[in-house]
Design a protein around this ligand. Structure first.
Ligand code: UDP
Length: 315
């Protein structure tokens, strides 16, 4: 296939570009480089089947030639980023989804939306199944991301219903791995860089909130299975291995053999208290499940951060 991916220079997008090239596909990677980085895809530039296009996907998209699938993965994705870029976050989820859907329709391509566990907001039920409608504060600081993605799902489904375009919607839960930005503000990069630098590890709130972390390779395999499937409903992809943030901080401290102490900082507004995917649908319909445990995944990720910390100027 010839696949266009927006946000292809981001953490997740760059892993997807690599994976698709490995499967023999042609990849057009589109990114405006606001939170993405050429450092993530530089190693792909020499490849014949890879093309990079610098574009803001909230603007009209034109590309010559055939496109078989459009994967819309562009968006600031860490809370720190979308608090810094609230309007671009809303625009890429709304206008950007509209433009990429219009482009997919024009090319008669399959459309995949990167949605998120944030559509469930601060969930009142756990684990979260796809049938749960969520608990989101529309005007809270996180609302810019959550509502943009909820709108994006609605728009994707409206194009499916009205124009009959084939769609896939992946609800992505917390993911980690190499190429996360050191300063993206999320728990894994913060904890690992703090532990490696022997600085205090900052746990927000009392650390009793939970998350369920999926290693990026598992996530990408799940996304690819969904792309090739015929399921047009949203599907959760994530690792249900749930733990508290305090447990995560202690695990990072242990794996890095760090002397850092754990300190407590205020909990961000609307920070979800629990998050855990119910992956029954993915297991049944895609025959996919995550295989990499948190310990193994962190052990693969820590060396990346160790090396990145030594590179001056690398965010
Ligand atoms: N968190 C924390 N310390 C940090 C960064 C994040 O305790 O230095 C907490 C944050 O409050 C949240 C959880 O870790 O409860 C996961 O946050 P992250 O930003 O990774 O992603 P989220 O799941 O909130 O989108």
């Amino acid at each position: 296939m010839r696949i266009m991916i927006t946000g292809g220079a981001g953490f997740l997008g760059s892993h997807i570009c690599e994976f698709l090239l490995g499967k023999g596909h042609q990849v057009v990677c589109m990114d405006n480089l606001v939170t993405g980085s050429l450092d993530n895809i530089r190693h792909l530039f020499g490849k014949e089947r890879f093309l990079f296009v610098k574009q803001d996907v909230t603007q009209f998209i034109h590309l010559p030639g055939r496109i078989d699938a459009v994967m819309h993965f562009a968006s600031p994705a860490s809370p720190v980023d979308y608090l810094k870029y609230p309007i671009p976050t809303l625009k890429v989820g709304s206008l950007g989804t509209h433009k990429t859907l219009g482009f997919a329709k024009e090319k008669k391509a399959l459309f995949m939306l990167a949605s998120t566990s944030e559509v469930y907001g601060d969930p009142l039920t756990s684990p979260q199944r796809e049938s749960y409608w969520g608990n989101v504060n529309p005007i809270g600081p996180r609302g810019v991301y959550d509502e943009a993605k909820r709108f994006a799902e609605a728009m994707t489904f409206a194009y499916h219903r009205s124009h009959g375009i084939p769609v896939r919607i992946v609800r992505i839960f917390n993911t980690y791995g190499p190429r996360m930005r050191l300063n993206d503000g999320r728990a894994v990069p913060n904890f690992v860089t703090q532990a490696l630098a022997k600085r205090p590890i900052t746990v927000y709130g009392d650390g009793s909130q939970t998350r369920s972390l999926c290693y990026v390779d598992d996530l990408v395999a799940g996304i690819y299975s969904l792309l090739l499937s015929d399921i047009d409903r949203p599907v959760n992809i994530g690792n249900p291995e749930e733990l508290t943030l305090l447990e995560l901080a202690k695990l990072v401290k242990e794996l890095t053999r760090s002397p850092s102490r754990i300190v407590y900082k205020p909990l961000p507004v609307d920070d979800p208290k629990v998050r855990c995917p119910d992956i029954t649908l993915a297991k049944k319909a895609l025959r996919w499940r995550p295989r990499i445990t948190l310990r193994t995944g962190l052990a693969k990720t820590i060396p990346y951060f160790r090396a990145a910390l030594k590179k001056p100027g690398r965010p």
